[in-house]
Structure formats: structure tokens, C-alpha cells
Design a protein around this ligand. Structure first.
Ligand code: ARG
Ligand code: GLU
Length: 716
């Protein structure tokens, strides 16, 4: 009997161990829901070590930075994140003379660290369940609008109280479609400087060929530093600012990982949609993804051609291109993964279970009975607006000049002909700065071609009733010659010429609002706004609001129906913990992927001739000389590893932490076969990809000769 019991325990431990666990968990609730399981799987610390409001904990060294996550690695405010997260900064500091994209950038001293206006670093001070207070005034009889207002009022006063007398700011976020609410208090630092980044041939090695793929060999990391005032508090950029004294930083373990090791990822995942119904998954896989993919492909081809042709355009568009191509590729992986999982059918099974559960009691029928039929009819309605909605966003508003004119127009709306000289000065300075900023990275020939192509696609794919009225011109005056139309618009408009715009601002008396408002691009924009912003988007959002108010009881019902299931809240850019284990996987029949990659793979890829695999000569030398310093294991220079942590966009730059709470790498991607995990997780195939901390230290120290940065870190 005793023996059997032991076998059972072993079996259950084994079983637990073998099942990667999906989910992005709230640090505040680890104690209640997860810590036991985490400890069984190899975590040797406590929930308090991860998140505490009473003393320093790991959360004090995990930051939101731009759209990514970062990790504090020294007591002098040094932040490690991904190269692709810093790519925009590196790009904006680059020029043909100072080509940091190609050469990398390393500040040799504090005064060489480069400021990045607009970039900030945010710490979580604390979080709290405020569901009860937020929903206190809410009752069943309220309309969706009344409910929203009540929640807004309650959240507003919670936020106000939470930060009273501090320089913090607060957010109240909805979880499980408004079934729960949490307060988050944040501390944001605005002076963040670029400290180091490898050349893109290392930081972006593999480029778009390898993006979203394993095996991967990318040194996807960069360093920033936080600056503060004399009291160590946030302050705007100034030369007088001093280095932030960070109370907590992660110790680094260079011991590497073995298959089966516990790992956890601590970061700010952006958005997942685990609870979508079959209707939504069908819309995404059959309509939204295929069209979005095609539209982006057209834009990418245009950019790519010009980037190859001209070095200035290459630098101007490198960062833009990367962000266009990133989702383009993910959508493709997502579609393949959802099809393989038969996700629509699986969702239908859940819905059938739900309906059966509802129909077991009259009380449930009363509360939940309306949900499934309403989903059917609302998604029917939504379908009608889906393509116009996505073509508006991915075609019309993907045209850079349209977006620029849109911002411009918002400023013009504020213009007052009675402006005093000082007021006009202020007004024109804002426009001047925006204009300089826009034209720095703008190629008129790229955008003109995108304009003509996107208009054509919109015309061809979207029902006439959603055509902006300038399409009549294209039909009648231009005989649907889109290039000719683009040529005409771009040459007639003042907004395509920086000098014309700036000149306009020189003499206040020459500033003729009337004339500007008649500009062809303003006219086009207004036509788009009328159809898209004021009609399509309004209808689309309206239906979505109604859907949200269905998802609320639906998700509540699901959680009641299966109380033991892992119903974690969707990612919403709040701080989360995912945990899993280092683990290879089988991408397809007869193939098994190892859990780590090495520098040898870089050399192998580099001889293929693919420009995404070009490497700096110095890296090759280090490889051939076997000159890895203390950063290699068994004479191998490991680069990346994969594990079963559930992650998503926003988790880039997140610390990957071992069972002792030490930093072993930073997260930067997901493997291709698992990119559908935002909608449906598959423990067999879903893997997050991390750069091994050893490779980061090797590149910083041996390759870049910036070993002085290592002196600040705590390395085991
Ligand atoms: N796929 C990663 C993420 O979603 C990396 C993207 C950057 N790399 C690129 N080639 N676009 O952000
Ligand atoms: N590269 C992504 C990011 O920027 C992380 C990959 C993912 O989506 O999981 O956050």
C-alpha cells in the first residue's frame, strides 16, 4: 500500500514535470495559485522573493521599456533588453557617417551614453485587487454605457487616492473581460540612455529569414542606463542628471541550462486572446490574417526594393521595415498553427460544453442562455465591417504621408488666426519639430508607390459603400490609373515637401489656413475620416463593445463550469510570471530540435550567402581562435535556448530566471510552430526563445571590448 502510494506520488511528480504549463500569472496571486507547482518543478525561492510590497523583490528589477520588457543588471541603473527593442534608438542615432546599425555602439564613459527622448522605463511599485470597489456601484440593470461610466468614476478615484502625494502614476486594468479589476501603481523614469548595442549582424543575425524561428543564433540584446535627479527620483533629461542607484538588480548565473531545468519569465506581455470563440478564430484565420499578410507583403516589396537600391533609404526604413515584417510573419505562423490544432473545432467543442452546462438549470439558462445565440448574430454583423476595418488600418493608414497629414490636421484644428506672436511661435515650433522628425526617415518615392498600391487594393477588395469619395476622382479623372493619381497628389500637395511646410511657418502673415485645408492630401484624409473613422470604426467598435459585454458572462461561466482549469487572465501589458522548463521539441515528423544553439551554427549559416547571415569578421576570428573566455561550456559558445514558458509580444527583453532566481538569459521570440499561442497554446510545440546570458557577456566582453560593463554586474 505504502509502495503504491509512493509510485503514485512519483507518477504525479513525473506527470507534472512532463506537462509544460500555459499561462501568464499575476505576481500578486502566485502564493495562492502557483508557487507550489513552481517549487515542485524546481523553483527554490518563495512567492515573496518574486513579488513583495514589504521588501525588495525581483519585481523591482523588471521594467517596462518602450513596447518591451527590460531587466536591471547593476546597482547603477544598467538595463538589459533586446537589440530589436533598442533598434529604433540605434537607428535614430545612426547616419551614413555614424552607422551604428552596421558597426554597433558602445559608450566608453557616461558622457558618451546617448539620450532617447520619448523612451521611458517604468517600475511597478505595487498592485492590488480592486474588483470590489470598482464594481460596487455596478448593477445588472445598467446599460453597457452606464456600467462603463460607473467603472470609470470608481477607477478614477482609486487611482487618485493611490498616488496622492507621490510622483507615481496609476492604472486600473480590467481582467477576464471586466470580471476582475486590479490597480497598478507605477514609477516612470524619462531619462534613459543608450549604453551599448552590438552590430546588427549580431543583434539581428538571421534577420527576417530566422525571425520567429528556431534554431536561432541571434545576439538579440542591448544596454540602456536609467538617469535620475540627486534624490534618485525620476526627472526629465538634463546633463546634470545622475546615474540611477537601483535598489535591486538581478544576479547573473553563467552556469547555463540543461534540458528539464526550471525557468521562469518575468515581464510585461502585451496581449493574448485565449477566450475568443470559434467565430472570432474563424474571422482571424480566414479573413483578417490572409488579407493583412498580403497587404504587408506589397508594402514590404516596395520598401525592400528601394532599400537595396539606396543606402539612405536603407537606414531610414530599416526599423520601419522590421516592424512591418514582424507581424506579417507571425500571422502566417499563427494561421498554420491554428489550422494544425483545428482551433475552430476545438473552440466549438468548448462552446458545446458551455451550452450543455447552461442547459442543466433554469437559473443558468436565465443568466447565460442568451450568450451563444448572441455571439452568432453579433459576429455575423461584425463580419460585414471586418475587411473595411482592416483595410482602413493596414492599407489607407499604412501610408505614411496620410498619417503625417492626420497629425498635422489635428494641430491645424487648434490653430487660431488671432494668435499673438508668441503663441504663433509656439504653434509653429511644434509643427517644425514634427515635420523635421517625419522627413528625417521619409522617402517620397517609397511612400508614393505604397500610396498608389494601397489605394488600388482598397478599391479592389472593399465594397463600394465604404469607398472614400476621392475614389470618384480616380475613376472619372484618372481612369483608375493609380500611379498617375499618386503622382498628381504628391506633386500638388504641400505636405510632401519639407521646405514648403517650413517656409509657411516663417512669416505668420503668410500662414493661410484656408489654403492648407484645401490641400489635396487634407481632402483625401477628410474623405478617409468620413468613411473610416466616423463610420466603419464606429460601427466596428460598437459591435465589439457588445461582444465584450457577452464575453464577460461567458468567461465567468467558463470559470464556474471548470473551476480546476487554468483560467489565467489574458495578457494586457501588466506584469506577469510564466514558468516552464528548458525543452526541445519536434516541429514536424521525423525532426527533433535540440534545446540550445551555438556559435558553430552562425558560421554554418554564414556560408549560405544569404545576406541575413552575414557576420562581422571579428566574430569569425574569435570562433576560429576558440577565444570564448570564461563564457563557453564544453568548448561550445552557446547562443540561444528554448523553453516552454508561455510568452507573447511585450515579453521581449524579459529576464529568464532559473530555480535560484538568477538571470540566465533574456527572452526575445517564440518558435514558429507555436506562434498561435496568443489564441491557443500547445504544450508540444510552444517554445519561447532566449539569448543565453553567456553569449551576451561574451559579445560585450570579448567581441566589443566593453568588459568594463561587466564590472558593474553581479556574476556567478
Ligand atoms: N519576433 C520578435 C518579436 O516579435 C523579434 C522581432 C524583431 N526582428 C525582426 N526581424 N523583425 O518582436
Ligand atoms: N519579439 C517579441 C517582442 O517584441 C516577443 C516574441 C513573442 O511575441 O513572443 O515582445
Amino acid at each position: 500500500m505504502k509502495f503504491l502510494f509512493l509510485i503514485l506520488i512519483c507518477f504525479s511528480v513525473l506527470f507534472q514535470h512532463a506537462t509544460p504549463r500555459e499561462g501568464m500569472w499575476l505576481p500578486l496571486l502566485l502564493e495562492k495559485y502557483n508557487i507550489e507547482e513552481m517549487q515542485q518543478k524546481g523553483f527554490r525561492l518563495t512567492a515573496e522573493d518574486i513579488y513583495s510590497i514589504n521588501h525588495n523583490s525581483m519585481k523591482d528589477a523588471v521594467v517596462r521599456i518602450g513596447g518591451c520588457t527590460g531587466v536591471v543588471v547593476s546597482d547603477r541603473g544598467l538595463v538589459l533588453t533586446n537589440y530589436h527593442c533598442a533598434y529604433g534608438s540605434v537607428q535614430s542615432h545612426s547616419s551614413i557617417d555614424n552607422d551604428y546599425l552596421t558597426d554597433g555602439f558602445w559608450a566608453l564613459s557616461a558622457d558618451e551614453e546617448l539620450p532617447n527622448p520619448g523612451l521611458s522605463v517604468t517600475f511597478l511599485v505595487r498592485m492590488e485587487d480592486v474588483t470590489e470597489i470598482v464594481t460596487r456601484e455596478v448593477n445588472e440593470g445598467m446599460s453597457e454605457g452606464e456600467m462603463r461610466d460607473a467603472i470609470m468614476v470608481a477607477s478614477g478615484s482609486i487611482k487618485k487616492d493611490a498616488v496622492a502625494g507621490t510622483s507615481y502614476h496609476a492604472e486600473v486594468n480590467s481582467f477576464y473581460y471586466g470580471n476582475e479589476y486590479y490597480l497598478f501603481v507605477y514609477d516612470t523614469f524619462e531619462d534613459v540612455r543608450l549604453v551599448g548595442a552590438p552590430p546588427s549582424a549580431i543583434g539581428k543575425f538571421g534577420g527576417d529569414t530566422d525571425n520567429w524561428m528556431w534554431p536561432r543564433h541571434t545576439g538579440d540584446f542591448a544596454f540602456y542606463r536609467i538617469y535620475a535627479n540627486e534624490d534618485n527620483r525620476p526627472v526629465r533629461f538634463s546633463d546634470n542628471n545622475v546615474v540611477f542607484q537601483s535598489p535591486v538588480h538581478f544576479p547573473i548565473s553563467t552556469n547555463g541550462v540543461e534540458e528539464g531545468d526550471f525557468t521562469m519569465v518575468y515581464g510585461f506581455p502585451g496581449s493574448t486572446r485565449q477566450y475568443l470563440t470559434s467565430h472570432a478564430v474563424r474571422l482571424i484565420t480566414e479573413l483578417i490574417n490572409p488579407h493583412n499578410i498580403r497587404l504587408r507583403e506589397i508594402r514590404m516589396n516596395i520598401m525592400e526594393r528601394e532599400m537595396e537600391f539606396c543606402d539612405t533609404v536603407r537606414i531610414q526604413y530599416s526599423s520601419k521595415f522590421a516592424s512591418v515584417s514582424n507581424a506579417w510573419k507571425r500571422w502566417q505562423g499563427e494561421n498554420i498553427g491554428l489550422a494544425r490544432l483545428d482551433a475552430v473545432e476545438k473552440k466549438k467543442e468548448i462552446e458545446n460544453r458551455f451550452s450543455a452546462w447552461v442547459h442543466t438549470s433554469p437559473r443558468r439558462i436565465e443568466v447565460y442562455g442568451h450568450i451563444m445565440p448572441a455571439f452568432d448574430s453579433l459576429y455575423d454583423k461584425l463580419q460585414h465591417y471586418t475587411l473595411p476595418r482592416y483595410y482602413g488600418h493596414e492599407a489607407l493608414y499604412s501610408i505614411e504621408i496620410i498619417r503625417f497629414v492626420n497629425e498635422f490636421r489635428i494641430l491645424l484644428e487648434a490653430y487660431d488666426p488671432e494668435y499673438s506672436e508668441v503663441e504663433f511661435e509656439r504653434f509653429s515650433n511644434i509643427i517644425r519639430a514634427g515635420t523635421e522628425n517625419f522627413f528625417k526617415d521619409f522617402s517620397i518615392s517609397v511612400d508614393k508607390e505604397i500610396f498608389s498600391n494601397m489605394i488600388r487594393e482598397y478599391y479592389a477588395n472593399i465594397d463600394r459603400q465604404f469607398h472614400p469619395s476621392f475614389f470618384t476622382d480616380i475613376e472619372n479623372k484618372f481612369d483608375r490609373d493609380y500611379d498617375l493619381y499618386a503622382e498628381h497628389v504628391f506633386s500638388e500637395s504641400i505636405f510632401t515637401d519639407k521646405h514648403d511646410i517650413l517656409e509657411l511657418l516663417d512669416i505668420p502673415d503668410d500662414f493661410k489656413l484656408e489654403e492648407l485645408m484645401n490641400d489635396p492630401l487634407i481632402q483625401i484624409l477628410d474623405d478617409i475620416r468620413l468613411v473610416y473613422d466616423e463610420h466603419v470604426l464606429v460601427e466596428y467598435n460598437n459591435i465589439n463593445d457588445q461582444l465584450t459585454s457577452l464575453y464577460r458572462p461567458y468567461v465567468r461561466g467558463l470559470r464556474l463550469m471548470e473551476p480546476d482549469s487554468a483560467y489565467y487572465p489574458d495578457a494586457n501589458r501588466t506584469l506577469r510570471v510564466s514558468f516552464g522548463e528548458v525543452k526541445g521539441y519536434s516541429p514536424r515528423d521525423a525532426v527533433n530540435y535540440k534545446y540550445y544553439s551555438t556559435l558553430q551554427g552562425v558560421i554554418e549559416k554564414s556560408i549560405s550567402g544569404n545576406p541575413d547571415y552575414e557576420i562581422p569578421g571579428h566574430l569569425e576570428e574569435l570562433y576560429h581562435a576558440n577565444d570564448y573566455g570564461p563564457w563557453s561550456a564544453d568548448n561550445e559558445m552557446r547562443i540561444g535556448f528554448i523553453a516552454s514558458n508561455h510568452t507573447t509580444g511585450g515579453n521581449s527583453g524579459s529576464p529568464v530566471i532559473n530555480g535560484d532566481g538568477h538571470l540566465i538569459g533574456i527572452n526575445f521570440d517564440r518558435a514558429w510552430e507555436g506562434t498561435m499561442s496568443d489564441i491557443m497554446f500547445d504544450p508540444e510545440k510552444c517554445r519561447n526563445i532566449s539569448v543565453d546570458i553567456n553569449y551576451i557577456l561574451f559579445i560585450t566582453d570579448r567581441y566589443a571590448g566593453a568588459g568594463y560593463l561587466l564590472d558593474e554586474m553581479t556574476i556567478f
